[in-house]
Design a binder for this molecule. Structure first.
Ligand code: SF4
Ligand code: SF4
Length: 403
C-alpha cells in the first residue's frame, strides 16, 4: 500500500537509534515498535508492498503521541511528523483505524455548537453527573466576553480553548493591550485550526478548516496564538494548503510568547509575582509543539522571568502524554508518560506549573497539578488592585465536579 509520504524522507532514517531515548513511548515501554525507528521500519514495509498495510502499522502509529521529540534528536533530520501524518492520512482514507475521532472532531468546526455543549457540560458538572475519572477541567458557567480593541495583531481563539478556557484568552488579550497594541478578533469561520484533524490523518477536513481560518484573519497583521498546538499547526498551513496563500498566512503566525518577548519593555513596571505567597517558584512545562516544532519555548522563560522565579524540569522536555486526543485514545500509555512528568514537577518543589498549551494544562491539571498559562501569570502580576494570591478566578484546573 502506497503511503502519502515523501520517499526521500522515508529513506532518510539510517536506523541509528539516537532518537530512542527521546521518545516517550519507547521510554515507558522499551519496545522497538513504540520507537520512531520501529514505526519508520513498519511504514517502509507497508509502502514497499501492494495490498493492505502491515497489520501492526495502525497500532504502531496510534501509539505515537506525535510529540516530534525524535525530529529534534535525529542527526539525519528525518521529518518524522511529516511521515506519520502522511501515513495516517493514507490509512484513514483506506478505512483503517478508528472511525469515532472523525465524528468527535467534526464538532470542533461548529463553534456555536461547541459552546452550547460546553455550557451544558458545565451545568452537568455542577449537578454532579460528570465522572471525575474523565479528567475534565471544571468549566465556567459564564465566559468572559472578548471585544476587539484595535488592528495591530489578531488573537486566534480557536475551538476547545475558547469554549473551556476563555479566561486565558482574556488574560492574554489584557497583556497584549498592556503593551499598547490593539487586538483584533477573528471573524466568522475561525472555528478550529485543524491540528487534531492533521494528527488523526483527516487531511481533507484539516484543509477545509485551515482555509476558513485564513479567510477569517485577512491583512498583514501578526496572527498571535496562545495555544502551542494550534500555533504549530497554523505555522504549517503552507504545507497543508500547498498554496501561496497558506504560506503567506503561516508567515504571520506567532506564538504569543514569541510576539511578547521583544515587547516586554512596553509593559508597566513589573509587580513581582506572588510566588513567595504561593510557597515557591513556577515550574515551566514545555509543550512539545512549542519546544520541538515551533522552537519558541525559550520565549516563555523570557516572558515569565521578570515576574516569577522560574525553575526547570529535569526531564529534557519530555512529553506529558496529553498529545491532543492521545490521552483519550491511549489512556494507559498516556498515563505512564504523565506520571513521569508529574514526578519531574514534584522534584522541583514548585507549587505552580506554567504551560502554554491547553491540552497539556488540562491533562496535568487532571493529575492534581496547579497549571496556569504563562500569560495568566503575567496578567496577574500586572493587574493593579488585585489582592495577593494565586487565584483571581478558577480556570482550566482538572476537576470534573462530579463523582
Ligand atoms: S513523535 Fe514522539 S512518540 Fe512519536 S515516535 Fe517521535 S518521539 Fe516517539
Ligand atoms: S529517526 Fe533519525 S535518530 Fe531515529 S533511528 Fe532514524 S536516523 Fe536515527
Amino acid at each position: 500500500m502506497r503511503l502519502a509520504v515523501d520517499e526521500e524522507e522515508l529513506a532518510a532514517c539510517v536506523s541509528c537509534g539516537l532518537c530512542l531515548p527521546h521518545c516517550p513511548t519507547f521510554r515507558v515501554t522499551g519496545e522497538e515498535s513504540a520507537s520512531p525507528r520501529g514505526r519508520i521500519a513498519a511504514m517502509r514495509v507497508t509502502h514497499a508492498t501492494d495490498g493492505p498495510p502491515e497489520p501492526e502499522l495502525v497500532d504502531f502509529l496510534d501509539r505515537c503521541v506525535q510529540c516530534r521529540a525524535c525530529e529534534v534528536a535525529c542527526p539525519s533530520s528525518v521529518p518524522f511528523g511529516h511521515l506519520v501524518e502522511g501515513a495516517r492520512a493514507s490509512l484513514a482514507e483506506a478505512g483503517y483505524g478508528r472511525r469515532w475521532p472523525r465524528l468527535a472532531y467534526a464538532g470542533l468546526g461548529h463553534h456555536r455548537l461547541l459552546l452550547a455543549g460546553s455550557s451544558a457540560l458545565a451545568v452537568a458538572q455542577r449537578v454532579g453527573v460528570v465522572p471525575r475519572r474523565l479528567g475534565l477541567p471544571r468549566l465556567g458557567l459564564r465566559r468572559p466576553r472578548l471585544r476587539a480593541s484595535g488592528t495591530d495583531a489578531w488573537l486566534f481563539t480557536g475551538c476547545v480553548m475558547d469554549a473551556w478556557m476563555r479566561p486565558v484568552h482574556a488574560a492574554v488579550k489584557r497583556v497584549m493591550e498592556a503593551t499598547g497594541a490593539g487586538v483584533a478578533l477573528p471573524g466568522a469561520g475561525s472555528d478550529c485550526c485543524g491540528a487534531l484533524h492533521v494528527h488523526g490523518g483527516l487531511a481533507a477536513d484539516a484543509r477545509r478548516l485551515a482555509r476558513r481560518v485564513v479567510a477569517s484573519m485577512p491583512g498583514d497583521a501578526p496572527v498571535v496564538v496562545d495555544s502551542a498546538g494550534c500555533g504549530a499547526a497554523m505555522k504549517d498551513y503552507g504545507r497543508l494548503l500547498g498554496a501561496a496563500e497558506g504560506e503567506a498566512f503561516a508567515a504571520r503566525v506567532m506564538d504569543v510568547h514569541e510576539w511578547l518577548a521583544p515587547r516586554l519593555d512596553r509593559l508597566p513596571v513589573p509587580r513581582r509575582l506572588l510566588v513567595a505567597g504561593a510557597g515557591g517558584p513556577v515550574a515551566v512545562q514545555d509543550p512539545c509543539h512549542l519546544r520541538h516544532v515551533q522552537g519558541a519555548h525559550e520565549h516563555v522563560r523570557t516572558v515569565l522571568s521578570p515576574y516569577a522565579d522560574v525553575v526547570e524540569l529535569d526531564d529534557e522536555g519530555m512529553c506529558c502524554g496529553a498529545g491532543g486526543a492521545y490521552a483519550v485514545m491511549q489512556p494507559e500509555l498516556a498515563g505512564k508518560i504523565r506520571s513521569r512528568k508529574v514526578e519531574a514537577v514534584a522534584r522541583t518543589g514548585a507549587p505552580v506549573v506554567a504551560s502554554a498549551n491547553p491540552g497539556c494544562a488540562m491533562y496535568l491539571g487532571a493529575a492534581g497539578l496547579d497549571v496556569r498559562h504563562p500569560l495568566e501569570l503575567v496578567d496577574w502580576a500586572l493587574a493593579p488592585g488585585r489582592p495577593d494570591g494565586w487565584r483571581p478566578e478558577a480556570t482550566g484546573r482538572g476537576s470534573g465536579g462530579g463523582r
